[in-house]
Ligand binder design. Sequence first.
Ligand SMILES: [Zn+2]
Length: 259
Amino acid sequence: MDRPLFLLGVLAASFAAAAPARAADAPVATIDDLVAANRILAHENVVDGFGHVSARDPQNANQYWLSRSMAPALVTAADILTYDLDSNALNATGRTSFLERFIHGAIYKARPDVKAVVHAHTPAVIPFGVSTVKLQPVFHLASFIGAGAPVFEIRDAGGPATDLLVKTNPLGDALARTLGSANIALMRGHGMVVVGTSIPEAVFRAYYTGQDAQLQSEALRLGGRPTYLNAEEASNASQTVTGLIDRAWQLWKRAAASP
Ligand SMILES: [Zn+2]
C-alpha cells in the first residue's frame, strides 16, 4: 500500500473503531440539553440554588438522568447521574444525590409519556399552593395548565409533621397521583412539579407557570373577576404553542450561555 492509501486505511480504521463509541455516546446530545435546561432555569429565575430538572434516558425508559446535588446554574455534563425508577443512583461513585430525587422516579414510573421533569420553588406559584384560589391559565402561553393546577397536600400522604420534602418513594408516588394526567402540580408550602414530553417542553412549561402565577396574582389584585382560558381555548392554544417552543428554547439557551 502506498502512503496515501495507507493513511486512508488508518483513517478508515480509526473511524470504524470510533463508530461503536459514537453509538454508545448518542445520548450525549440529550445530556447537553439537560445541562442547558439547568442553566436556563437558573438564568430565567425559575430555580435558584435549589430545584432540579431531569430527563428520561432515551436509551432506557426505566432510567433517568439528574444532576448530583448542586445548584442548577453550575451543572456540567460530568455532574449528570443515572437513576433507576426507584431513584437509586447507578453511577454515583461518591457523589451526593438530591434528597427529592423521588419526585422524578415516581413520575417517570406513573407517566410513560413524560420525558422530562422540573421541580422548583418559584416564589410566584407558592401563594396558589396555600390558598383556595386555583392556579389557572391566564394567557395562551400557559394554556398547558388546562383546567387548573392540582395541589399536592403532603399531610395527606406523610402526616402532619413532615419537613415538606418529597424524600421517599411513597411520597413521590403520592405526588404522582396528585399530578395524575396534568402537566403541572403545585406542592403546598413548597413549590411545583412540571412535566413535558421533551426537555424544552418541560422548561417552557416551568417558565410560563411562574409567569402565569404572577399574572393571575396581578389580575386578582385588580379586583373584579378574571376571565381564564376555557377548556377549548386551553386545548387549542396548547396545540399551537407546542409548535413554538423551540423559538423560546433557542433564545434562552443563547442567553444562558452568554457570560
Ligand atoms: Zn423542593
